[in-house]
Design a protein around this ligand. Structure first.
Ligand code: UDP
Length: 140
């Protein structure tokens, strides 16, 4: 498998509980390198645009309100098979279904407040990275 880049968000429930470092440690232990990182607070319009694919889902409004409730940390992670590896380290969307040792198993509060976002495919990774970062901010 080739070296890939993926996009990650440390979500408001995690930044609020001061878990940023513990989550980053999980990425690094899995062999993912952080090639870009910044702490930001989304506007409602930005959250709605980012999660546009979910706009017709029942949880959309609640999800967007949650995502703007506190600052988040957005990152680009790089490594061998980075998209799948990050999804593995994150664990299942619902923490009750997440495997032992995963970020969501250890830290997530609920299916909505589940501590991390990670791209699910190469196309979405490229789109999500470009949504938050300019080329100049990616330092491999
Ligand atoms: N989500 C939610 N309720 C649900 C399903 C998803 O609040 O029933 C939220 C949750 O924060 C999740 C995000 O919407 O991480 C995106 O959902 P997706 O199915 O893409 O899960 P992910 O790729 O984040 O595991």
């Amino acid at each position: 498998m080739a070296i890939q880049r993926t996009f990650s968000i440390i979500k408001p429930d995690a930044t609020k509980r001061n878990l940023t470092g513990k989550i980053i440690a999980k990425f690094e232990e899995a062999g993912l390198r952080i090639v870009a990182s910044k702490r930001i607070q989304l506007t409602l319009a930005q959250a709605q645009a980012f999660y546009g694919v979910h706009k017709d889902r029942p949880f959309f409004d609640e999800l967007c309100e949650f995502m703007i409730s506190e600052p988040i940390v957005v990152q680009v992670l790089e490594g061998e098979d980075a998209i799948a590896k990050n999804r593995e380290v994150m664990g299942a969307t619902n923490p009750e279904e997440a495997a032992e040792g995963t970020i969501r198993k250890e830290f997530a509060l609920s299916i909505g407040e589940n501590s991390v976002h990670g791209s699910d495919a190469p196309e979405t990774a490229a789109e999500e990275i470009a949504f938050f970062f300019s080329g100049l901010e990616l330092v491999g």
